[in-house]
Ligand binder design. Sequence first.
Ligand code: NAP
Length: 246
Amino acid sequence: MPRERILILGGTSDARHLADGLVEQGFDVTTSFAGVTASPLLPLGAHHVGGFGGADGLAAFLRAGGFDRVVDATHPFAAQMSAHAHAACESVKLPLSRLERPTWVAGPGDTWINAATLAEAAKKVPQQARVLLTTGHKGLDGFFAREDLGGLVRVIEDPALALPQGWALVSERPPHRLEGELALLQREAITCVVSKNSGGSGTEAKLEAARQLGLPVVMVRRPAKPPVRSFPDVAAALLGITGKAG
Ligand code: NAP
């Protein structure tokens, strides 16, 4: 019997772990990357690097590749790719599911300032704050336009960003540990953390560190995505797709 062919839309550590698990169970897996990270950690199986050319391009790729199903394991903020996946799978009639970590939820001791977009987040940062920006290197203009703000922009890879005066870049790949986050916030005299509500344990320590130090967190809500069958973690996705635990 031919092996089931699965396309995983990747770009997250969960996507990588899911691909590894499915390959180990004998599935024929291709993981796709947008191509924005120069040296992504590669999962087992085949890889496709670069976009598909919109929903139509993805539909053509799925047909040509003889895929049997698609798993959208992109980052919760990759809204365009998820919309394209939904439209393409509808058109070629393939099952689509999503691997998406639960959102972080504010608890006792947290001071969260919620924002719908990065632009709104930039407006909501308290006056004169020294900020740790952890939202990636795109869409930061609103923060840089505020002359009362400064701080650190933390990215996974150095995107050669030209930063305004008062801002510095720090390149560091998650996971981040609590001790390191506490040390960073204190050493850099950070007074406000800005985060997307990405969820997951690898980047959660900054929230605990902010809580312990009594710092506000400006939290950007997730964009809406089309409703599809969703798995909260890799183990659940493996079980749902294969019928067997990983
Ligand atoms: P996006 O806005 O949803 O997608 C922009 C375009 O990039 C898509 O239309 C598609 O191009 C291409 N693309 C995105 N993900 C792809 C994938 N896995 N495989 C092949 N092509 C892909 O995405 P984004 O927010 O720029 O994120 C880009 C990638 O970085 C995603 O894979 C995501 O998982 C990862 N990532 C994003 C964030 C974030 O905060 N947004 C954080 C961590 C990781 P075509 O239309 O040409 O197919």
